[in-house]
Design a protein around this ligand. Structure first.
Ligand code: NAD
Length: 251
């Protein structure tokens, strides 16, 4: 329905999982896609498979984010879409959580989003056009889960960041929105274990976990020219997971 033909999109954390799903959706809509990831081998392989370009980035480094965007500009001359998707979600209860675990979560998920948005915003402002889509989560902003206090804080934090950012660039033709996945089957989710996957699937009204393409299509819509009047908003993609008021409501 919508076309991204001739547009340049950068997706972070796109070597695998949801980022890969977003990259595939953007490619399907006609965009030239840059897969930006810390995992060079997998990133290159994914880019090769999909017909995208690979750029290395560690989103916890301000310099690395700026350098990566500079390389994209050198190569393509513009950057129309940024999907800031990188995120980690190791579990730790508050009693056991170390300062290093807390800091790592914030560095990758929250500071990484800030660094990437900051780097992409400058060229987007110059073009007076841009679409930024952050991969946040239902966890933290709407729901909670034992062991994910730090993760939830980082994901809710992304949305707080997004709302002020949306105002800062509203007059420059740049929108910034967030997709909020529920539970999507990726390596990161598989690492939570079989029991987690089973109980999560059972708590989704649609009775199954999401697929990366489910998030990809939602992000792709927010990345289109036609989504121009939507900014500072969240789009929940969770198979109805946050809806039931009781266990009986799921039956
Ligand atoms: P994943 O672990 O399967 O993939 C994450 C990708 O990010 C990997 O390719 C990894 O190499 C890359 N990465 C990790 N650290 C990086 C860094 N410092 N710099 C650059 N790249 C880095 O994860 P996923 O399940 O696909 O999750 C992607 C995003 O979606 C995350 O932000 C996550 O919080 C969010 N999310 C996922 C789910 C889910 O159910 N899978 C649910 C809600 C939100």
């Amino acid at each position: 329905m919508f076309s991204l033909l001739g547009q340049v999109a950068v997706v972070t954390g796109a070597a695998a999982g949801i980022g890969r799903g977003i990259a595939e959706a953007l490619l399907g809509a006609g965009a030239q896609v840059v897969i930006a990831d810390i995992d060079v081998a997998r990133g290159k392989a994914t880019a090769g498979e999909l017909g995208a370009v690979f750029e290395e980035v560690d989103v916890t480094s301000k310099e690395a984010c700026a350098d990566m965007v500079a390389r994209v500009l050198e190569r393509f001359g513009r950057i129309d879409v940024l999907c800031s998707n990188t995120g980690i979600f190791p579990q730790a209860t508050i009693d056991d959580m170390t300062e290093a675990q807390w800091d790592r979560m914030m560095d990758v998920n929250l500071k990484g989003t800030f660094f990437m948005v900051q780097a992409a915003l400058r060229p987007m402002r110059e073009q007076q056009y841009g679409r930024i889509v952050i991969t946040s989560s239902i966890t933290g902003s709407i729901t909670g889960f034992p062991g994910w206090a730090h993760y939830g804080a980082s994901k809710a934090g992304q949305q707080g960041f997004m709302r002020s950012a949306a105002l800062e660039c509203a007059r420059d033709g740049v929108t910034i929105n967030a997709v909020l996945p529920g539970n999507v089957l990726t390596d990161g989710l598989r690492a939570q274990g079989e029991e987690y996957l089973r109980t999560m699937a059972a708590s989704v009204p649609m009775n199954s976990l999401g697929e990366p393409s489910d998030i990809g299509h939602a992000a792709c819509f927010l990345a289109t020219r036609e989504a121009r009047y939507i900014t500072g908003q969240t789009l929940i993609v969770d198979g109805g997971q946050i809806i039931p008021e009781s266990l009986e409501a799921l039956a």
